[in-house]
Write a protein that binds this ligand. Structure first.
Ligand code: HGA
Length: 611
């Protein structure tokens, strides 16, 4: 969601801060701001509503320069997305703060601070932090000591960066519930909410942990843990992936990420497949022992990751014979859950910082689940750190807000889990596992074949450009694929799209079908095909236009109002992964035709780190 960048150096850091913001913009972007300490020792601030480009063009005129500074892209939670509410927030003219997260006791703090004479210039929860800090500074004199004391009074979630004109030698950071990473340079140091922002200046990073406070100077970094004890955090060096924030030859990150899927699926499989079996240790050293005890699976996730979980339910029950429940995290976390004995609690999240999913995991830990497992794309995330086991999806950084490669690699991870559980519990025949392992090895090639249909799908997109509503249909494990297809179309083209299990059509939604309501269907060649074909007849009989992605062997033909796209043949169990691709391409090309902001759709943000 929001992004933070900070720097303390001997050179002018304004351009570094702005470049960092651009790299973080995919996370949230209703306004942006920067504050630097200028040569005269004054804090200078520039803020703009809208995108970082607005701030950048303002900076061309204002020319803020300085060697110490902080910057922020905001995705509003408290107060409208306008310049007045954009970060950095100031107390007086010498103290500035940027904040990711939510301060839950902001109303009480605001009342206390007002009573102390502080006046507020914004409607944000964040502004209480800067005035509280100012107050503590008056009491303690030292900025670091003041911050340590101030955070004790904050309830909720925060990642903070702080600078003061009175102590211009340091950049301060505090983390609780919102990630922060220090970028280590030579004679200069940096701070960001995501290392991607800093790949332009360093490849050495130090991740802050929950409750940490850091004092970052040009030539030193000091960290205190949640108990106020000095700690050393390990530094890590990255060698590849710096190009991830670059669109390359593609017009949008989303298209680039769609086309990366054969490669990243290959990566997700690497080191996890034996000759004819899944390598159970890929889930961690204690996985085999734990998996042998599993009698149920509870999956919890949000958005696209929830759809991945829904597909996995079909797999777990059919292939591994394990009962499985799937629920959205925002519901699960507030429900009185009755836990079946020996249930494995599985979370799925691209970022591993999704607030609802993290909260669900934390609740689950009190409820007596057998163990927790995270399927996640970010190794150094809270979700991974707080789970007993994890499987990293290896999708690489995903910049497009609408998830694509994160979803398909999650599905691959969940298929590996299904096979591992079936293997360890003896519920999956060795021959079936060997068959599926061989199919998984062929999967990247099949995905490449599906993507070669790019131009065909682009043509079909023309049917949607003027439409306002669409239905997506699927049966069995293709129903969640239809849900994901509908979500993608909604997210980036703003066309209203609903997904139904095809058999439900006649129980209501058929009333909506007419010539203005295209119906998209995914139809692999499985035992549900004949039933699906009848459902499609029901649509044609009402004049509805049909777009069908079907296995070549399904023998479905183009006809009036029916457009069939023949898909490469694939093992039925892996069909949900393959059939996702044309639906991603379809929403992409519809969005391009409608001229929407594909990579940064309105009102949405990438990793949803607030409730
Ligand atoms: N609560 C702050 C920051 C919001 C945020 O972190 N969004 O992801 C605000 O509304 O400005």
């Amino acid at each position: 969601m929001c992004g933070i960048v900070g720097a303390v150096a001997e050179r002018n850091i304004s351009a570094i801060l702005l470049e960092g913001l651009k790299r973080l913009e995919y996370r949230g972007y209703d306004s942006a701001g920067i504050a630097v300490l200028d040569a005269a020792g004054q804090l200078q601030r520039l803020r703009r509503s809208g995108k970082v480009a607005e701030l950048e063009s303002a900076q061309r005129t204002a020319e803020l320069t300085g060697r110490l500074g902080i910057a922020h892209t905001r995705w509003a939670t408290h107060g409208a997305p306008c310049e007045r509410n954009a970060h950095p927030h100031f107390s007086g003219d010498d103290l500035a703060v940027v904040h990711n997260g939510i301060i839950e006791n902001h109303e009480a703090l605001r009342a206390q601070l007002k009573a102390l004479g502080y006046s507020f210039a914004s409607d944000t929860d964040t502004e209480v932090i800067v005035h509280l800090l100012k107050h503590k500074l008056g009491e303690f004199g030292d900025l670091t000591v003041a911050l340590k004391s101030a955070v004790k009074e904050l309830h909720g979630a925060y990642g903070l960066a702080v600078i003061s004109a009175k102590q211009p030698d340091r950049l301060l950071a505090a983390r609780s519930g919102s990630p922060l990473v220090i970028g280590l340079g030579l004679g200069e140091n940096f701070l960001a909410s995501d290392q991607l922002a800093l790949r332009q200046v360093t490849d050495r990073f130090m991740y802050l942990e929950e409750g940490d406070i850091a004092e970052i100077r040009r030539d030193s970094v000091q960290i205190w843990d949640v108990d106020g004890q000095p700690v050393q955090r390990e530094s890590v060096q990255y060698h590849e992936g710096a190009e991830a924030a670059d669109k390359g030859e593609y017009r949008h990150f989303m298209l680039k990420e769609i086309h990366e899927q054969p490669k990243v699926v290959q990566r997700t499989l690497e080191g996890r497949l034996g000759d004819s079996q899944v390598l159970v240790q890929a889930f961690g050293p204690q996985a085999a022992e734990l998996f042998a005890k599993v009698r149920n699976v509870q999956i919890v996730a949000c958005g696209t990751s929830y759809h991945a979980g829904m597909v996995a339910r079909y797999w777990l029950e059919e292939l591994a014979g394990i009962p499985c429940q799937v629920e959205v995290a925002s519901e699960f976390r507030y429900r009185k859950v009755v836990v079946q004995p020996d249930t494995l609690f599985v979370t799925i999240s691209q970022s591993g910082e999704t607030a609802d999913t993290l909260a669900a995991l934390r609740n689950a830990k009190q409820l007596g689940y057998l163990a927790s497992l995270a399927i996640c794309n970010v190794g150094i995330s809270s979700l991974v750190r707080e789970s007993d086991l994890c499987l990293l999806t290896q999708a690489g950084p995903e910049i497009g807000v609408a998830s694509t490669k994160a979803f398909t690699t999650q599905l691959v991870g969940l298929m590996l889990l299904t096979l591992a559980l079936g293997q360890v519990r003896g519920t999956l025949a060795a021959a079936t596992e060997a068959d599926l392992v061989a199919e998984l090895r062929r999967l990247p090639t099949r995905l490449g074949e599906a993507l070669a249909m790019d131009a065909t799908v682009e043509k079909i997109a023309e049917h949607f450009a003027e439409k306002h509503h669409t239905l997506f249909l699927g049966r069995g494990a293709q129903y969640p694929v239809a849900m994901e297809g509908a979500l993608k179309l909604k997210e980036i083209s703003y066309i209203h799209a609903e997904a139904y299990p095809a058999g439900e059509l006649k129980h209501g939604p058929l009333a909506l079908v007419d010539a203005d309501m295209p119906v998209v269907t995914v139809a692999p060649n499985n035992e549900l095909l004949e039933k699906l074909k009848s459902n499609l007849q029901e649509v044609r009989a009402r004049g509805g236009e049909l777009i069908v992605f079907a296995d070549g062997a399904a023998e479905m033909e183009n006809g009036e109002g029916t457009y069939v796209v023949n898909m490469p043949h694939i093992h039925d169990a892996l069909a949900p992964i393959l059939y996702t691709l044309p639906l991603q391409l379809l929403s992409y090309y519809v969005a391009v035709l409608r001229g929407t902001d594909v990579d940064q759709p309105r009102n949405l943000a990438k990793s949803v780190t607030v409730e």
